[in-house]
Design a protein around this ligand. Structure first.
Ligand code: EPU
Length: 417
C-alpha cells in the first residue's frame, strides 16, 4: 500500500491543469452501453474509478480501445447483463450500469452496494423509479434482478435529490416508450453533461440543469464523440491548496462557472480569485478568515468539497460551523485533522472548527476520497512532516496529484510500503 509523505510549509506557486471530471466520465462511459457502435470520449481522466468502470464494461461485453486520455468504446453484444459484487463494493457508481442494461438488453443483474464510509447510501430511489417505469425488480442474494420488455415513460418524483439516481433513470428513459418526467432531479453539472451526451446520441432530453427533466424515449441511439468537462472538485481542491499555503496558482481548464458556491465562500475567507486569460488565478495570504458552510445538492455548497474546506478552516482566524446535510457520516477526516492539531468538535451534523495559527505534521490515515484530499491539503500547510497512508482512496479521484503538486513547488513524494 502506498503512502504519501509531505514536508509542509511551502507556498504553492505556478500553473496547474485540471483533468477530466470523474463524476461526469462515469455515467458517460456507462451511456456507451446504450449504443451498438464505437463511441469516442476525450479527456477521460486516468483514475482508479475509471479503471473500475472499464473492468465492469469489459465484463458486460464492451470493447474498449485506449489512447492517452481518449477511449473508444462499443457494446455490440452482451456477455453478462450485470455488475458483480466485487466491482460494486469497490465503486458504488458501478450501479450506473443498471439503467442502460435494463433499457437496452431488457434485463440487469447488479449487486446492491451495501454500506459505505460516508453514509448508508441506499438505492431505493433508483429502484422506485424503474418500477414506476414498469420494471419487475427482485432482490435476491444481494443482487438487484431487474427485467422489463420495454420500459415505459412515467412521472417520477425523487424524495431526496440523487445524482446517480437521476443519471441512471435518464439513461433508462432515453430508450423507453414515451415521456419520462423527473421531478426534484439533481441539477449537478455532471447531470447536464450526461444529458448533452445522450442528446448528441440522438436522445431527446430537456431541462437538465433544472429540477425537472423531461426525457422523450427514442427507439435507437447512435454512437457519438464527446470531450468530458474538467473536474470541478479537483479545481476546487487546488483553489484551497492556494488559499492554505499563501500560494499563487493559475488554474487552467477551471470550470469556474460550476464553482460559484465555493468561490463565494473562499472570497469571504479572504482568498483572492480572479479570472484571467488562460485560467483562474487563486492567491492565498496569511489572514484567512473563518466562514460557515452548509453542504447541499447543486447549486449549493458541494459535499465533495466539505472535507477540504474543513482543512482550510482549521487554520483560519475565528470559529467556523460546517454543516453536512447530504451524507450522514462524512466527518471521518475530523479525527485525523485533530491528530495534526486542529481544534474541531462534532455536534450531530455540525462540525465546529476553531482556527489555529498552524497545524503540525503527523502520520494520518485516509478514510475516503475527499477525506484524503483534506489530509493532503492539511499536510501542505502544516509545519513538519505528514505521512498519509491508505492513499488508494486518493487515486480513485485525483489524476497524478503528487506530480501536479510537485510542479507547484510542494515537497511531496509517494512511497511503497
Ligand atoms: N439516497 C437515498 N436513496 C437513493 C439514492 C440516494 O436515500 O436511492 C441518498 C444518499 O444516501 C445521500 C443522498 O441521497 O444521502 C445523496 O446521494 P446521491 O445519490 O446524490 O449520491 P451519489 O449519486 O451516490 C454522487 C457522487 C458523489 C457525491 C454525491 C453528492 C458520483 C459517481 N458520485 O454520489 O461523489 O458526493 O453524488 O453530490 O457522481 C466523490 O466523488 O467523492 C463522491 C462521493
Amino acid at each position: 500500500m502506498d503512502k504519501i509523505i509531505i514536508e509542509g510549509g511551502n507556498r504553492l506557486i505556478g500553473e496547474v491543469k485540471i483533468s477530466g471530471s470523474k463524476n461526469a466520465a462515469l455515467p458517460i462511459l456507462s451511456a456507451a452501453l446504450l449504443t451498438d457502435d464505437w463511441n469516442t470520449f476525450y479527456n477521460v481522466p486516468k483514475l482508479k474509478d475509471i479503471d473500475t468502470i472499464k473492468t465492469l464494461l469489459l465484463y458486460i461485453g464492451t470493447e474498449i480501445e485506449e489512447s492517452g486520455n481518449a477511449l473508444k468504446i462499443r457494446t455490440k453484444t452482451l456477455k453478462s447483463p450485470g455488475a458483480p459484487y466485487e466491482l460494486v463494493k469497490t465503486m458504488r457508481a458501478s450501479s450506473l450500469a443498471l439503467g442502460p442494461l435494463l433499457t437496452r438488453f431488457k434485463r440487469a443483474r447488479v449487486s446492491l452496494p451495501g454500506g459505505c464510509a460516508i453514509g448508508a447510501r441506499p438505492m431505493n430511489l433508483h429502484l422506485m423509479a424503474l418500477e414506476k417505469m414498469g420494471a419487475e425488480i427482485k432482490i435476491e442474494s444481494g443482487y438487484i434482478n431487474a427485467e422489463a420488455d420495454r420500459l415505459k415513460g412515467a412521472r417520477i418524483r425523487f424524495d431526496i435529490t440523487t445524482v446517480t439516481g437521476t443519471e441512471n433513470i435518464m439513461m433508462a428513459a432515453a430508450l423507453a416508450d414515451g415521456v419520462t418526467i423527473l421531478e426534484n432531479a439533481a441539477q449537478e453539472p455532471e447531470v447536464v453533461e450526461l444529458a448533452n451526451v445522450l442528446n448528441k446520441m440522438g436522445g431527446y432530453i430537456k431541462g437538465a440543469g433544472s429540477d425537472c427533466i423531461t426525457i422523450e424515449g427514442v427507439d435507437r441511439l447512435k454512437p457519438t464523440t464527446y470531450t468530458i468537462m474538467p473536474d470541478r472538485i479537483e479545481a476546487g481542491t487546488f483553489m484551497i491548496a492556494a488559499g492554505m499555503t499563501e500560494g499563487d496558482i493559475l488554474i487552467k481548464n477551471c470550470p469556474i462557472r460550476n464553482l460559484e458556491a465555493l468561490t463565494v465562500k473562499l472570497r469571504e475567507a479572504e482568498v483572492e480569485i480572479q479570472t484571467e486569460n488562460g485560467g483562474v488565478r487563486v492567491k492565498g495570504n496569511n489572514s484567512l478568515r473563518s466562514v460557515d458552510i452548509k453542504t447541499s445538492p447543486y447549486p449549493g455548497f458541494p459535499t465533495d468539497m466539505q472535507a477540504q474546506m474543513m482543512a482550510m478552516m482549521s487554520i483560519a482566524k475565528g470559529l467556523s460551523v460546517i454543516t453536512e446535510t447530504v451524507f450522514e457520516n462524512r466527518f471521518m477526516h475530523v479525527s485525523e485533522l485533530r491528530r495534526m492539531g486542529a481544534d474541531i468538535r462534532i455536534d450531530g451534523r455540525n462540525a465546529i472548527v476553531k482556527g489555529k495559527p498552524y497545524l503540525s505534521g503527523a502520520p494520518v490515515m485516509a478514510t475516503d476520497l475527499r477525506a484524503s484530499a483534506s489530509l493532503i491539503l492539511a499536510g501542505l500547510a502544516a509545519e513538519g512532516k505528514t505521512e498519509v497512508s491508505r492513499v488508494y482512496h486518493l487515486d480513485r479521484g485525483y489524476e497524478r496529484i503528487e506530480e501536479k503538486l510537485k510542479g507547484l513547488g510542494a515537497k511531496i513524494k509517494r512511497v511503497k510500503t
